[in-house]
Structures are given as C-alpha cells and as structure tokens.
Design a protein around this ligand. Structure first.
Ligand SMILES: C[S@@+](CC[C@H](N)C(=O)[O-])C[C@H]1O[C@@H](n2cnc3c(N)ncnc32)[C@H](O)[C@@H]1O
Length: 209
C-alpha cells in the first residue's frame, strides 16, 4: 500500500512542520540517555537518528528503501538495514535498547513484531516507544475506528485506533510508570520484559542446557 509514508519528500515536509510544532521535543526525549547497542525499528527517513548522543552505536532499519536513502543523508555514520519488524535479521539478545517512533501504528502484525523485538533485546534490554494511540474516551475511539480505513489508505499503513500500550503489555513487557508520558493520543514510554516472564525464560534456558 503506497501512501504518505512511502513518499519520503512529502513525509519529511509534513514531519518538519510537526517537529516544529512540538514533535521534536517528543523525539529528543525518546532517545535521551539510551544505552548500549541500539536498534531503531522503522527509522524511516531518519528524523530521530541525528538526535542520538552516540549515533555510531545505533542501527536503523525500515522496510522502505527510499526512506532509508534519506536517512543515509541525514545520519551517514548509522548503519541501515532494509527489513520488517516482524522478521528482524538479528541474532537473539544482541541489542540493549530498541527504539520505535510512530511505527507500531503501521506495522502489519504488531504481536509478531513485538515478539521479535523481545527476541533481539538482551535480558536487561529496554524498549522505548513514541506512539499515537487509541483514545481513552469511547466516543473519540469510535471516531478513530470510522476514519481508520480511509486514513490507513492515505497514510500508507497507519492505524490511528490501535491500543499499542496494551499490545506491548500482552507481548510480556512491563511499562515503567516513571518513564510514561501520556498527552491526548500521544504516548512515550519505556518498557522491559516483566520480571516473572524473564525468570521463567531463564528457567527454560537452564532446563534445555
Ligand atoms: C510514520 S513513519 C515513522 C518514521 C520514523 N520513525 C519517524 O519517526 O519519522 C512509519 C514508519 O514505519 C515503517 N514501517 C511500516 N511497516 C513496518 C514494519 N512492518 N516494520 C518496520 N517498519 C515499518 C514505515 O516504512 C515508516 O518508515
């Protein structure tokens, strides 16, 4: 499906305006203080990449080659990979941080993608997300449901009515309440695999070893 997200010059023009109107602050907070080896899932045209303190420790990935060409110009030192979040071409546990900004509204299969994120994160790994989500008020959420088919078409994949935080929790992550910011439909949060789940998978690893 081709829409705004697949037309990099147009996407960047619209995002430049959104960044000036306040989105850049959300982006800065999203990447502030990230540590270790970082994977940015769905980096698109790379608008977050210059904001990392140590871009050399970041790998950017996105399924859209044209978007990645722009990302390359924006952040020449960041290695870029063409891939989908549902099938990450990385070994288990190789990243300390996975960052995702405005992406899980667009991935085709969020549960599968989150399973992949979990797989590539190390035991203490952190997932950082910036998303717009389903509104808490049922009336607004119903309106989001109504506009979703047309918006998904125009945007090239975005679903304005997804409850991404619930999907993250269903995937076995616990959201850190101290690292969660909610304003309207915007969310920024950090999450780690819940302790009970991490213990269970450690036990399974021990049993199979
Ligand atoms: C709204 S754009 C966000 C781009 C960038 N992260 C930003 O903050 O400007 C959504 C991005 O998600 C990417 N995307 C869509 N489906 C994806 C998938 N299955 N796996 C990874 N990225 C995906 C799109 O190619 C697009 O670059």
């Amino acid at each position: 499906m081709r829409g705004l997200e697949q037309i990099p010059w147009l996407y960047d023009g619209l995002m430049a305006a959104a960044d000036r109107l306040g989105l850049r602050r959300w982006r800065r907070r999203l990447v502030a203080g990230v540590s270790g080896r970082v994977l940015e899932v769905g980096c698109g045209t790379g608008r977050n990449l210059p904001l990392y303190a140590v871009p050399e420790r970041v790998i950017g990935m996105d399924p859209d080659l044209a978007a990645l060409r722009r990302a390359r110009r924006r952040a020449p030192s960041v290695p870029l990979v063409v891939a989908r979040a549902e099938a990450l071409p990385f070994a288990d546990g190789v990243f300390d941080t996975v960052v995702s900004g405005l992406v899980f509204c667009s991935v085709q299969d969020p549960p599968r993608a989150l399973t992949e994120v979990r797989r590539v994160l190390g035991a203490e790994g952190e997932l950082r997300m910036l998303e717009h989500v389903r509104h808490a008020r049922p009336g607004v959420a119903r309106w989001q449901d109504r506009v979703q088919p047309a918006w998904t078409c125009v945007s090239g994949g975005c679903h304005p009515n997804r409850d991404t935080e619930a999907a993250v929790e269903r995937a076995g992550f616990c959201i850190d309440p101290d690292e969660r910011v909610a304003r309207g439909v915007m969310r920024r949060f950090a999450a780690r695999v819940c302790a009970a789940q991490a213990d269970a998978s450690d036990r399974n690893d021990g049993d199979s070893g």
